[in-house]
Design a protein around this ligand. Structure first.
Ligand SMILES: [Zn+2]
Length: 393
């Protein structure tokens, strides 16, 4: 039983949040690299119990324990090895520069990861950048950029109020914080009366996860799932005026642009709550059906004596393999990121291999974890002289 205090919605304070979905004993880190198979299988695990707030649409894991997570430099989340993702990030950077006339300006990125996106923003507009991320690893090639770029291996907090910017970017970070106000309130305070500052946030789109059944996106590290309604309310409550809220990356992401305001703004976006409530009440049954369809499909592959590999050692791949408990039927997971290759996947312990490995292994089936990369993967396998069946999850 969850305690009542846990089920009060952190976005709107409604006491009516209800647990609608559980997934127990999942790896707490999807992107932590393991050097040994047994260590990967014995990785730390935690429970997911998702609650839905019927007032604002906010979804969160009420069983989340932040003490289980502490991001380190072994945490490998760069998606910049995929051409498709790289093109998306580049075009997003160009749009931001253009729309906000960011030339010779100051940019902050909260949760900058390896710094690739911040570097794009700075290079495209000859801007100056400061990136905050406790998992940032200093890189030799960053040294030559040091007159324009600074990286701080820490969480962004009020301690850094003296760093001001024309644009503050934060991508795929807010969903890792149990209470969005813990990031947004200090951010609003740090901006103070510099009302011209624009903030840009990108998060996974809960509508894609719960309406379109992108179920492999449900991971322990994501303690929050935002739909447009709950995301805009979180920003309104923290003293921002939402200027733009749109879907991106074929609906997988939500992008929000906001500016600080000194006026209390009415809660925006509550309209979307009712359709989301219907999605949530149908979700568990649809989720079960999807899992059963996959169990059936994988049993067929095994019975036919075929070999399957998973393509994509990110969080979707980890969730897919762990949820279906595919410890033995799938041996290898392909990933383009050379830092992941040779390591083992959290939970089920598959070895991560480079695409070239498939020339020896000769898989019959490639299970594609993100359909957005299907064409890229088809081309890569074709270039290797392979024609496996590609199935998107
Ligand atoms: Zn709420």
């Amino acid at each position: 039983m969850e305690t009542l205090s846990k089920l009060i919605c952190p976005v709107c304070n409604s006491p009516h949040s209800e647990v609608f979905f559980e997934m127990l004993e999942v790896p707490v880190y999807c992107n932590l690299l393991w050097g040994q198979q047994q260590a990967a299988r014995n990785c730390p695990k935690g429970d997911i119990k998702l609650a839905f707030c019927p007032s604002c649409g906010f979804i969160s894991n009420v069983a989340f324990d932040p003490a289980k997570l502490g991001y380190s430099q072994d945490y490998e989340n760069s998606q910049h090895y995929s051409q498709r993702f790289l093109e998306y990030a580049q075009s997003l950077a160009a749009q931001l520069i253009d729309r906000h006339h960011l030339y010779d300006k100051d940019i902050i990125e909260i949760g900058c990861g390896k710094g690739d996106f911040l570097i794009s923003l700075c290079e495209l507009g000859n801007n100056r950048g400061v990136g905050f991320d406790p998992s940032y690893v200093p890189r030799v090639e960053h040294q030559q950029l040091e007159d324009k770029l600074q990286f701080i291996q820490d969480f962004y907090s009020q301690d850094y109020q003296n760093y001001q910017a024309d644009l503050i970017v934060c991508r795929h970070t807010l969903e890792h914080i149990p209470n969005p106000a813990d990031l947004l309130n200090p951010l609003r305070e740090a901006i103070g009366d510099r009302l011209h500052t624009t903030v840009f946030f990108e998060v996974p789109n809960a509508l894609d996860t719960f309406r379109h059944l992108a179920v492999w996106d449900i991971i322990y590290e994501h303690c929050c799932y935002f739909a447009p309604t709950s995301l805009s309310q979180a920003f309104s409550n923290a003293g921002f005026q939402v200027c733009n809220l749109s879907e991106a990356f074929e609906g997988q992401f939500l992008c929000l642009e906001a500016q600080p305001t000194t006026q209390a703004s009415p809660n925006g976006g509550v309209d979307g709550v009712e359709p989301l409530r219907r999605d949530i009440s149908a979700f568990t049954a649809k989720f079960q059906a999807k899992v059963e369809t996959w169990m059936h499909k994988l049993a067929e592959i095994t019975q036919a004596g075929q070999k399957a590999v998973v393509w994509g050692a990110g969080s979707k791949g980890v969730t897919f393999l762990n949820l279906l408990k595919l410890q033995d039927s799938i041996e290898y997971v392909v990933d383009l990121n050379p830092r992941k290759q040779g390591k083992y996947l959290a939970g089920m312990g598959q070895q991560i291999v480079a695409p070239e490995f498939l020339q020896d292994y000769q898989p019959d089936v490639v299970i594609v974890m993100n359909s957005i990369y299907e064409n890229e993967i088809r081309q890569l396998t074709k270039d290797l002289g392979l024609t496996p069946e590609l199935i998107c999850v």
